[in-house]
Design a protein around this ligand. Structure first.
Ligand code: HEM
Length: 226
């Protein structure tokens, strides 16, 4: 059962608070059911290809989504943890995301190699490659946030803002890659029209919710600083 945070801004209309809490709850549901749907359709392990949609959805649709949602003041699943601990869980989920993304990329590359097909020939393939590189770079660039001594001479607050902004861009890249993956011949042949639309709604809605969460947190911090 989702609990609405009592200590939300009292000047905020209640309907707005409720809508935000509902949308974040929907986001958990989406991250789980979307990953389950792709797992059921691809049947990981049935072929080299099958690992690709499964691992990529697990990486971006589940791990990365949950890694960001855990900072949501409304429906974070680890709301009670202190911020530092949340940072640790975030870091673990991001590591899992990058690991799955790299394995998913390896699976599709190997599958193409086995079938003698050319690499990175579609918009999905090109954007997907950029997404995996961005996710890797984002994780590496976050190391000074864990080992703060590495960020000496930098403003940590500024660093965190850059991390949030570039993280949002990486997430949007992931959502766009997922959407393009759903346009692939394999997926369109695997599902009926209405399932396709429902599936496409998943990364689109998650992207809107995450965008709202990150921009609201950023604006709130700006308001506090001014
Ligand atoms: C964020 C998630 C995803 C990323 C980063 C991604 C990345 C990639 C990359 C880089 C390739 C090209 C590999 C090569 O040419 O060697 C590729 C191919 C492919 N992906 Fe994905 N993928 C993602 C999600 C999905 C999903 C969810 C599906 C299916 C529902 C899918 C289906 C395919 C198919 C059918 C191909 C082979 C055809 C093509 O190259 O376009 N992908 N993907």
């Amino acid at each position: 059962m989702v609990q609405i945070k009592k200590e939300s801004d009292p000047s905020e209309p209640r309907l707005y608070t409720l809508t935000r809490a509902a949308s974040a709850a929907v986001s958990h549901l989406i991250s789980f059911t979307f990953t389950l749907l792709i797992a059921l359709l691809s049947r990981p392990g049935s072929s080299w290809f099958s690992w690709h949609p499964f691992l990529m959805t697990l990486a971006f649709g589940f791990f990365m989504t949950e890694a960001i949602l855990l900072f949501s003041p409304h429906v974070s699943l680890v709301k009670k943890l202190p911020h530092k601990q949340k940072g640790r869980v975030h870091w673990i989920l991001q590591c899992l995301c990058v690991t799955c993304a790299v394995l998913g990329l390896a699976a599709i590359s190997y599958n193409k190699h086995l079938n003698g097909k050319a690499h990175f020939t579609s918009w999905h393939g090109l954007l997907g490659l950029l997404t995996v590189c961005a996710a890797g770079a984002q994780s590496l660039a976050a190391v000074p946030l864990i080992y703060t001594s590495l960020a000496r001479g930098w403003s940590l607050a500024k660093f965190k803002r850059y991390h949030a902004a570039s993280g949002l861009i990486t997430y949007l890249l992931g959502s766009a890659s997922l959407l393009l993956g759903l346009c692939s011949a394999w997926f369109t042949a695997s599902v009926k029209d209405y399932i396709w639309y429902l599936a496409a709604l998943c990364p689109a809605l998650s992207a809107l919710i995450v965008m709202n969460q990150v921009s609201t947190a950023y604006l709130a911090k700006k308001r506090l600083q001014s």
